[in-house]
Design a protein around this ligand. Structure first.
Ligand SMILES: [Zn+2]
Length: 428
């Protein structure tokens, strides 16, 4: 039988347009799908009740799936597959999460059963549930899903094929990413005790870096390779938002191995307009340029509670009452670039730089003036009205937009050049 004849027979069987069936059939055959299988899948696509499937969901291209689809049948290639434990309705479940791609698109999936999915597998998920997550469709592979492994793999566009396995740069990671692999240096790491959902537990938290950038991490099941300082390769990590910033999560299901190459942590960061940076809701590493328009109260020479290290007023900690405060230096400066403002917080070292003296000098100046406010006044005189370039960690929360500065230097930019570059950025 010729393709034409197959198409005609099938079209009359299904009561649909012959040309449409023929073109679908030709596509499938071109992808080396055997003719009988191709006809079978078209019967499913056009909803043939007599096919034995009792009218199961139709086959869909990934790009065509919408959150309104109840159930679909999808054929694609597993790009990533990572196990994770979640608590659902009071019980712990081990689920597998990742991404599935075909010629047309990519979709996130969650598998509630262990189907043995591995990156690179070509699969057909029959009767997969579709749910909405953050406005996007996602696949739920569960009990009622029939999953079969395919011999032939759909041909993926290069941008999807590159994702097979899940290797990623830190700069490319986004909140919600699952089953990613990174190769990173451990820039900071501390062991902490937290109140977990099952009582007190020890975790590691800190900062990873690679050639592309830096991100904070939490390691829920402390890995010695990370605590030893790395560099490490981590497989099957996931990314969650924490305090407005994407954070790499390394779980008990992640694999951590020591890496025998050095990681050259990139020195570059993104420079953004203040307003734009604040609208992102928080960035781990960003550079802002603007004018210091004010130095806020609580700057200069300050005292901290010896128990909780928070700043105290007149020897009174809000939590610990009357305490013997520890002297420290800090600046909270308001930076404005015309698009928005942030409060830049300088630690003791950066404050000493802008003050032009040490903590001892500040104490001396305060004693002589019999007023510790003179230290803040000196700093005000030095920095207000000047333009600074600040790099650090921007958080945006109920305390406002704050940058924990890592560097804070007077800007040597020609303001005109910067204004032009900024305008180009806005109109681009
Ligand atoms: Zn306290």
């Amino acid at each position: 039988m010729e393709l034409d004849d197959h198409a005609e027979a099938l079209a009359s069987d299904l009561g649909v347009d012959k040309e449409e069936v023929k073109s679908d059939l030709r596509n499938l055959v071109e992808y080396s799908v055997p003719i009988d299988e191709a006809k079978q899948s078209l019967r499913r696509k056009y909803g043939d009740g007599s096919g034995g499937g009792g009218g199961g969901p139709s086959a869909k291209d990934i790009a065509d799936i919408t959150p309104e689809d109840g159930n679909v049948t999808v054929t694609g290639v597993v790009l990533t597959a990572g196990k994770r434990s979640i608590r659902y309705q009071g019980d712990d479940h081990v689920i597998v999460e990742g991404r599935l791609a075909d010629e047309t698109g990519v979709i996130d999936y969650t598998a509630w059963e262990d189907f043995g999915l591995e990156p690179g597998d070509a699969v057909t998920a029959g009767n997969a549930g579709v749910r909405e997550w953050d406005g996007e469709p996602e696949l739920n592979l569960g009990e009622s899903t029939s999953l079969s492994f395919e011999e032939e793999s759909p041909e993926l566009p290069a941008e999807f094929a590159d994702e097979i396995g899940g290797d990623a740069d830190l700069a490319a990671l986004q909140t919600g990413d699952r089953a990613v692999n990174v190769e990173v240096a451990v820039l900071e790491c501390e062991r902490r005790t937290i109140d977990g959902r099952d009582g007190e537990t020890e975790i590691l938290s800190g900062v990873f870096g690679d050639e592309s950038g830096r991100l904070p991490f939490t390691n829920w099941d402390p890995a010695p390779e990370i605590e030893d300082g790395g560099p490490v390769r981590i497989e099957n990590a996931y990314v969650q938002e924490f305090r407005g910033v994407p954070e790499v999560n390394v779980s008990a299901f992640s694999t951590v191995t020591e890496l025998d190459r050095e990681i050259d942590v990139g020195a570059d960061t993104t420079t953004m307009a203040v307003g734009e940076a604040v609208r992102t809701g928080g960035i781990y590493d960003v550079e802002l340029v603007g004018n210091v328009i004010a130095v806020r109260d609580g700057s200069g020479l300050i005292q901290r509670c010896p128990e909780c290290y928070r700043v105290i007023q007149k020897g009174q900690c809000r939590t610990h009452g009357d305490v013997n405060g520890i002297d420290d230096l800090r600046v909270k400066a308001i930076l404005d670039d015309g698009t928005g403002t942030v409060t830049v917080v300088l630690d003791d070292e950066l404050t000493a730089d802008v003050y032009g003296g040490t903590l001892e000098d500040a104490l001396e100046q305060a004693r002589e003036a019999m007023d510790q406010e003179v230290v803040a006044e000196t700093i005000r005189d030095r920095i207000v009205g000047r333009e600074y370039r600040v790099r650090g960690h921007l958080s945006v929360d109920e305390y406002g937009a704050n940058v924990d500065a890592e560097t804070f230097a007077e800007s040597d930019d020609d303001p005109e050049t910067r204004a032009r570059a900024f305008l180009e950025g806005v109109t681009a």
